[in-house]
Design a protein. Structure first.
Length: 317
């Protein structure tokens, strides 16, 4: 049986291995035919030569990732060990930096490879589409990028909007006035903002218009200058709504559109404005499109399995 000895020198072995060796134990699951023994700063691996070569290559990729971001978690391990090459998860040096110092000292930053790619894309392009299933951090990361831009005075205001499409519920039967009816639709946006901006300051921003949260219908006829504008749940826009929204872009504006083409709540035979926009705009210079997937899910680990299960039956239909 062949033996491979690897030594960790430039990074902390304890932090790399994880609490209770959780990171090493996870790595072992991806190489079931190898025997992996971790002691001190050394790892001894036993098995077939071909598998040992693959293990060494992947191990070098993992240590390089840790050296770059000073962290290693389940999502990063999965991404590195299942990617074809480094290009699938590599991002710029500063994309993993803290975006916002949130409430109670919370450090908010991109936590997965594709979230970091979204941060990079927002720096390079004034219009970015973030596409992916539930739980991949599309909305949360987008709001963090917008709050960072506001705090650094790159823009004067943040505008957050969603199409008020009824996802199996009738908006008309909800109690209250128009604002109270619409607030539940905007809740994910409020939740993200409350993590990043203290309550009193957030209330002030909303009252003076620095932060505006409104349904898409309120965008019509406006020119959005000096603003960071996020369209959330963009898959529920129609052709006309999407065209209207995209043409609101004014001077010094950033547009970030998020959506999940697998969760369209539009009436049957209505084409999603998001699907159409990606099709016709993805090769336009100055527009970025970032795809997130189940490897970016940072909710309960079962969410990944749910997404994978639904994907399998959706591909059959």
């Amino acid at each position: 049986m062949n033996e491979l000895i690897l030594e960790i020198t430039e990074i902390s072995p304890r932090e790399f291995f994880g609490q209770g060796n959780e990171n090493i134990n996870l790595i072992k699951k991806y190489f079931p035919k190898l025997k992996v023994v971790a002691r001190g700063s050394k790892i001894k691996v036993y098995g077939d030569e071909e598998l040992l070569e693959e293990f060494e290559k992947r191990f070098d990729m993992l240590t390089a990732h840790f050296a770059k971001y000073n962290t290693l978690d389940e999502n990063a391990i999965e991404r590195v060990l299942t990617s074809e090459d480094e290009a699938e998860y590599a991002t710029s040096e500063d994309s993993g930096e803290v975006l916002v110092h949130g409430v109670s000292g919370r450090l908010i930053k991109a936590r997965t490879a594709n979230q970091r790619k979204l941060v990079d894309a927002a720096k390079k392009s004034d219009m970015v589409f973030a596409i992916g299933p539930a739980g991949t951090g599309k909305t949360y990361t987008s709001v963090a990028i917008a709050v960072k831009a506001l705090k650094e005075k790159q823009v004067r205001r943040i505008i957050l909007t969603r199409p008020a499409v009824e996802a199996g519920e009738n908006l008309g039967f909800l109690p209250g006035d128009l604002q109270e009816k619409l607030d539940p639709y905007m809740q994910p946006l409020y939740d993200a903002l409350r993590d990043m901006i203290p309550a009193e300051k957030l209330t002030h921003y909303i009252e003076n218009g620095t932060i505006q949260i409104a349904p898409m219908a309120f965008m019509r006829g406006r020119t959005l200058d000096n603003a960071f504008v996020i369209l959330d749940e963009a898959q529920n826009t129609t052709h006309a709504q999407m065209k209207m929204f995209l043409t609101r872009m004014g001077k010094n504006a950033k547009f970030l559109l998020t959506g999940d083409p697998g969760q369209i709540d539009l009436p049957r035979r209505t084409i999603s404005g998001l699907k159409e926009a990606i099709l016709i705009l993805q090769n336009v210079e100055g527009i970025g499109v970032i795809y997130l997937d189940e490897k970016d899910v940072i909710r309960h680990k079962l969410v990944k399995k749910v997404i994978a299960a639904y994907k399998s039956i959706e591909h059959q239909n």
